[in-house]
Design a protein. Structure first.
Length: 205
């Protein structure tokens, strides 16, 4: 359905499995934003269903943490970062320097540039994606990097649950992905060992 003059379009026909998460306040408040809609559309195109659900939960957990601590941050930008943070796990090309987080950051940067996002904002968001697999955020990391790191690790491993008790369980019940942590970890290990994306028939020399 086309939006009226000056009214941004809300993404249509998003997967049914996403709907319980899209109804949560942290996401529902952003659905009319053009960049948010474009990020969700790209996430649907790029990611397997269970990885896409993980990305939505990552954003919601990060947003819940920010709200509980009164942290100001780029909400729409973080949604885009969450949408792309595991995009580097998908495809059939060599990963190159930086592994799959580096590839994810490249994909995010191209997306943001295509939507005329400024360099400063792009730098903060791509750094968040590039560094989200670190054991701990860098000391000089900005709020977007810290929040993406928190949300991604909490959803997969449960680390940080005391900061927002019960949120991880509630989101997992709304949009379950059984055995996700095991399958996701195996995929990450495979990428790290081979330096290529799963399914690629040729390893780089």
């Amino acid at each position: 359905m086309a939006a009226g003059p000056g009214i941004p379009e809300v993404p249509e026909a998003l997967p049914e499995a996403w709907q319980p998460l899209l109804g949560r306040p942290g996401l529902a408040e952003l659905l009319g934003h053009p960049l948010a809609g474009a990020a969700l559309t790209e996430m649907r195109r790029l990611l397997p269903p269970h990885v896409a659900v993980h990305s939505l939960r990552t954003f919601l957990l990060a947003d819940a943490c920010a709200r509980s601590h009164g942290t100001a941050y780029d909400r729409v930008g973080l949604l885009a970062a969450a949408a792309f943070h595991d995009a580097g796990l998908v495809g059939r090309s060599p990963l190159g320097r930086g592994g799959f987080p580096g590839r994810s950051a490249q994909l995010l940067d191209a997306f943001l540039a295509g939507h005329e996002v400024g360099m400063g904002r792009r730098t903060a968001l791509t750094r968040a994606v590039r560094e989200h697999l670190r054991p701990l955020p860098a000391r000089d990391a900005g709020p977007e990097a810290r929040l993406l790191h928190f949300g991604a690790w909490l959803d997969v491993t449960g680390r940080g649950e005391r900061q927002i008790p019960g949120d991880r369980k509630r989101l997992a019940e709304l949009a379950p992905t059984p055995w996700f942590a095991v399958s996701f970890s195996a995929r990450v290990v495979a990428c790290g060992l081979r330096r290529v994306l799963p399914g690629s028939p040729v390893a780089p020399r």
